[in-house]
Design a binder for this molecule. Structure first.
Ligand SMILES: [Zn+2]
Ligand SMILES: [Zn+2]
Length: 96
């Protein structure tokens, strides 16, 4: 009697597990898999949104700032766009 009950429960658990496994596989969105590791880059020239890792703007051809080539303001040490001449935060001239 009790054994039978256990069997039913076991069967239920198995079925539920299988269902969850299938659901988990289905939740894997392709977009998540091929999502670029780098965040999108915005063009300094025209403001277009470019894919992370892009070197030049796809809209106007402007050189895009890349994480490895950031410039820092000498006044406040904040990161400023590659081609900026003045710091957007404190207004001091950025050395080129
Ligand atoms: Zn642009
Ligand atoms: Zn500054």
């Amino acid at each position: 009697m009790v054994d039978e009950l256990f069997e039913v429960f076991e069967d239920l658990f198995e079925r539920r597990k299988k269902k969850r496994d299938r659901a988990g596989k289905g939740e894997k969105l392709p977009a998540e898999v091929r999502a670029p590791a780098a965040p999108p880059v915005f063009c300094i020239g025209c403001g277009a949104r470019n894919e992370g890792g892009a070197r030049f703007c796809m809209e106007c051809g402007e050189l895009l700032p890349s994480p490895g080539e950031e410039m820092r303001c000498l006044g406040c040490n904040s990161v400023v766009p590659l081609k900026a001449r003045f710091c957007p935060r404190c207004g001091s001239k950025v050395a080129v």
